[in-house]
Design a protein around this ligand. Structure first.
Ligand code: GAL
Length: 668
């Protein structure tokens, strides 16, 4: 991993936004910079969608405006995270090369007029994106304002899959490298089924719309191919930037949130110097803060535990949800510090000044339509001051937890393919609910890509890892052998890397580890439940299984698997054990089970506190900082003492974290 060992782009925690001055007349820029100074802004992302302004016609450049913007920012001491503008190719390029627009699975070619509207396999975009990246790097790479490169924007998130003929040819090339010959591909994809056998690679197409269920091997490989194509695009742009400006770190903004999983970010982290992420709350989700914590932990896992940058979130409402609910007073600070608690050394927003026109004019910004004289801008200024006091936290790391929770994009792709036992199974469901239980219990957890080292973890949670890396069973066995506890949930370890079932009883990859053998999946009818002998309630899924060496902790009392084991644990001589959960426990039952797993490993909460108080510790050379975020409507005592950097006063052990408030205690 090429992790950045140079200077962080800012002195303290980076604070700022996407800054799109091209949307405004030049008179506004001076006020922008003055307000940025008032707010304590230290870093802005510039130029993300400005290709059309920079190069109004092919080879004709207008640099003047950007020269002036960078100079203005530099004079004000504000750093720039300068973007390569490939996210928004200019109209002239689209008109000259309509074949560059992506095509959906139905064969419809998109039209230009929005953004991120290109086929990643198009040699045209690759040529022009790297060309303009070089132009920008050569012109601005040594400008003193420029502190970091921002490659494109949210790669793959809006144009993640293209089914055009160019993509088809690229897919065939990719397959040619993956498989020794067409027979190997036929075997891997199981094309004997429905007579889908291919005689040559030339016959293969992307999984375009077809009459009924497409071939799952083809679907899975197309996911991999598409993700790899974006990885290659990132690599190509980053290579230009590194060649011209080896002194600058390179980042690209991920989209680790909600349901986005178009790209396998484990393939991109080696290509960036600093990991950054965009996160938007689902405003109507009452547990949005728990989803935020989960996403932030996933980002930290991708960053290998290093500090990362929250590149975008919103000061208040977004404009792309069904109901765009404004944030309540204080929520922007709480959301921001939650990301910092979980490892972000930056708090940036989309965007600086709320747009007057265009598709996102009802999306909040740091400077709202109402202008400087607004509660929102006053909160922005307060946030800037708070982050200023948190400067000493920069560079520290979230203390490693004793619990690891594994996830994997490939497993996600495969788990949600068509024609599975139930439509009610969602890949992230159990992972996210397990994370939530640990959050409520105040237990530190690291959310790791499934290929990560498990050293130092006493509990490893493996939720719904349908397609498990081949070496994982061995690594989990090692955890148990050294006395650790492993908990695997249903629909894990079911298939090989081509989505072919591992035979002999489920879960093929983990049968020996767990000491169980499942003969049949037995999902429940919509809304159905199953009662377990320990009083727990199962939902969605049950299994007909036998124990081949595990202790049965609970059996099914009713439902399609009645009489059989539901929860088991195979103990090892070390004292450790491998638990298996064959149903989707409801929330209280899941909390109870995880409580037992944690107790077996002797893992307790960071600071005893009731649910709703989120507690995270960051540690570094300069000390340790306890972040406590109160998501409840009542004051909650916190039994830790030190200096609270938010209120800038001493926090005595037992003093409260105010309702919906935050304290960040420098301990000691
Ligand atoms: C992000 C995107 C930004 C802006 C924002 C609005 O996905 O990168 O450019 O559109 O969403 O929430």
């Amino acid at each position: 991993m090429s992790r950045w060992s140079g200077r962080w782009p800012t002195d303290g925690i980076a604070f700022g936004a996407d800054y799109n001055p091209e949307q405004w007349p030049e008179e506004v820029w001076a006020e922008d910079v003055a307000l940025m100074r008032e707010a304590g802004v230290t870093l802005v992302s510039v130029g993300i969608f400005s290709w059309g302004q920079l190069e109004p016609a092919q080879g004709v450049f207008d640099f003047g405006w950007l020269d002036r913007v960078l100079d203005l920012l530099h004079e004000a001491g504000i750093g720039v995270d300068l973007a390569t503008p490939s996210a928004a190719p200019p109209v002239w390029l689209h008109l000259a090369h309509p074949e560059m627009l992506p095509v959906d699975a139905d064969g419809t070619r998109f039209t230009h007029g929005s953004r991120e509207s290109w086929c990643v396999s198009s040699p045209v975009i690759r040529h022009h994106a790297t060309r303009i990246a070089r132009v920008v790097a050569e012109r601005y790479g040594h400008h003193p304002a420029v502190k970091m490169w921002h490659v494109s924007n949210e790669l793959a998130c809006h144009n993640g899959r293209c089914y055009c003929d160019v993509s088809a040819a690229a897919f065939r090339d990719w397959l040619g490298k993956e498989y020794a010959d067409i027979d190997a591909l036929n075997l891997a994809w199981g094309t004997a089924f429905w007579g889908q056998r291919y005689a040559s690679f030339e016959q293969i197409l992307p999984p375009r719309r077809t009459t009924t269920i497409p071939n799952p091997g083809q679907r899975l490989d197309f996911e991999r191919f598409s993700s790899d194509a974006f990885v290659a695009h990132l690599e190509a742009e980053a290579a230009v930037l590194r060649e011209v400006t080896p002194h600058l770190p390179v980042t690209t903004n991920y989209m680790v949130m909600g349901d986005f999983h178009q790209i396998d970010y484990t393939q991109t982290t080696p290509l960036v110097d600093i990991v950054s992420n965009d996160h938007y709350l689902r405003a109507e989700d009452p547990h949005g803060w728990a989803e935020l914590a989960f996403s932030a932990d996933r980002v930290r896992g991708l960053a290998g535990g290093d500090p990362w940058v929250l590149m975008e979130h919103s000061t208040s409402a977004v404009n792309w949800q069904p109901r765009n609910i404004a944030k309540e007073p204080g929520q922007m600070l709480r959301n921001s510090l939650q990301h910092v608690a979980r490892g972000s050394d930056g708090v940036l927003f989309f965007q600086w000044r709320q747009s007057r026109a265009g598709a996102e004019k009802y999306h909040s910004g740091m400077v709202p339509h109402a202008g400087r004289d607004s509660s929102l801008f006053r909160e922005v200024v307060e946030l800037g001051a708070t982050l200023g006091r948190l400067a000493e936290v920069r560079g520290s790391r979230v203390e490693q937890g004793r619990v690891a929770l594994l996830w994997d994009t490939q497993a996600w792709w495969a788990a949600e393919l068509e024609a599975h036992p139930t439509v009610d199974l969602r890949y992230l469901d159990v992972a996210q609910r397990m994370h939530r239980v640990l959050l409520d219990a105040g237990v530190a957890v690291d959310v790791l890509p499934a290929g990560s080292s498990l050293d130092g973890y006493d509990v490893v949670l493996v939720p719904t890892l349908y397609l498990a890396p081949p070496d994982l069973a061995g690594r989990l066995t090692d955890v148990v052998a050294r006395g650790g506890e492993v908990l695997v949930s249903y629909f894990s370890g079911i298939v090989d890397e081509h989505d072919r079932v591992l035979l002999g009883g489920y879960p093929g990859a983990f049968r020996d580890l767990l000491g169980v053998r499942v003969e049949e999946f037995a999902p429940l009818a919509a809304g159905g439940t199953a009662t377990l002998s320990d009083g727990s309630t199962g939902e969605v899924w049950t299994e007909r299984m036998t124990s081949t060496g595990a202790e049965v902790l609970a059996t099914y009392l009713d439902g399609p698997s009645a009489g059989g084991p539901a929860v088991t644990r195979r103990g090892a001589r070390s004292g450790g054990g491998a638990w298996y959960l064959s149903t989707r426990l409801d929330d209280p039952s899941l909390a109870d089970l995880l409580g037992r797993v944690l107790a077996a490993a002797g893992v307790s909460s960071l600071v005893p506190s009731p649910g709703g108080l989120e507690v995270v510790r960051r540690t570094g050379a300069g000390g340790s900082w306890l972040f406590a975020l109160n998501h409840t409507g009542t004051d909650v005592p916190l039994h830790v003492s030190g200096h609270d950097l938010v209120a800038d006063r001493r926090h005595e052990a037992g003093a409260v974290v105010p309702a919906r408030g935050v304290v960040v205690v420098r301990e000691g």
